[in-house]
Design a protein around this ligand. Sequence first.
Ligand code: PRP
Ligand code: MN
Ligand code: MG
Length: 185
Amino acid sequence: MYEGDIASVLITEQQINDKVVELAKQVDEDYQGGRGGDLLLVGVLKGAVMFMTDFARALPQPAQLEFMAVSSYGSSTSSSGVVRILKDLDRDIAGRNVVIVEDIIDSGLTLSWLLKNLASRNPASLEVCTLLRKPDAVQVDVPVRYVGFDIPNEFVVGYGLDYAERYRDLPYIGTLDPKVYTSGA
Ligand code: PRP
Ligand code: MN
Ligand code: MG
């Protein structure tokens, strides 16, 4: 699939799977007893879809699933920090234990905005679980409790992550061959 577009495989399907199970165990342990039984996962469309569905199924305890779609104003290649809600949550999260599920933290601007927005709705607790984070790209520090992999500041696609809406359906995470974004695709 996408023959020749992927320069290298950064994280294999097996590595993703192992990490998802590990993260789900961590979250499960943290949400036992007093905090347990009321877990609400908020997936951020569209990038987090693959991670969200795998994570929810790997989680040993029940969780409810909600989705939000947001979009930053301005160019698609650099976040502006100004975010617009394209699809809001269907339900009230007041008093709930909420975990935001993201595929990647790049500049951190999307998540920083989202955290403020969701915190203002008075959840009982609010944490973030992201599969990927790019420490060298972070512009704003976001408190993130669960991180799958810290990765280099390279353009990555697959497992939900896109370039111009393509490659989300790859089962692994790979780096994109620069010819793809220099050929005007
Ligand atoms: C991507 C990614 C994160 C966000 C991270 O989403 O899925 O949500 O950007 O970037 P940031 O840390 O610099 O804010 P995108 O806006 O491309 O939408 P998508 O999930 O639909 O691809
Ligand atoms: Mn996204
Ligand atoms: Mg995207």
